[in-house]
Design a protein around this ligand. Structure first.
Ligand code: FES
Length: 155
């Protein structure tokens, strides 16, 4: 009985995977199933939290040394494609200069993922807006570092 139940569970899982494979590229599914850099970074040099039109939220943490992004993490309560967009974005900005990271846009993320269905493309937009806000936070903190200390003491 337990074996039969297990088998039907496996079949259901296979059926779901089959549907997902029809809809999403291998790259998207890899990021979705094995999230990359989905983590919080303590004391980030740049940070942002943004809620998109669908109601899902993303947080991005940047560690920056001499204008180079040495580490980048993200967290989200969003869907699998948001996890794919977030993970791809971290891979695109790590090791890059701030000015290069600024050029990452929705189109570049979608291209790197091999595309997303129309209904899921706003997940890339959520990622880009959050990234730009995190970069802006870094630039703002650099200009007025005492505000970062103020923010920390109020966390
Ligand atoms: Fe909300 Fe993907 S559905 S960000």
């Amino acid at each position: 009985m337990a074996k039969k139940f297990e088998e039907s569970g496996d079949m259901l899982q296979e059926e779901i995977l089959k549907k997902l494979r029809k809809r999403y590229t291998k790259i998207v599914l890899d990021h979705w199933m094995n999230p990359k850099n989905m983590k919080k970074i303590e004391n980030p040099d740049g940070y942002a939290k943004f809620t998109g039109i669908c109601g899902d939220t993303m947080e991005i943490f940047l560690k920056i040394e001499r204008e180079i992004i040495v580490d980048c993490g993200f967290l989200t309560d969003g869907c699998g494609t948001t996890i794919a967009c977030g993970g791809m974005m971290t891979e695109m900005v790590k090791g890059k200069r701030i000015s290069e990271a600024m050029t990452v846009n929705e189109k570049k993320i979608l291209e790197a993922l091999g595309g997303l269905p129309k209904e899921d493309r706003h997940c890339a937009l959520l990622t880009v807006i959050t990234l730009r806000n995190a970069l802006a936070d870094y630039l703002f903190n650099k200009r007025e570092p005492w505000k970062r200390l103020y923010r920390k003491s109020n966390e």
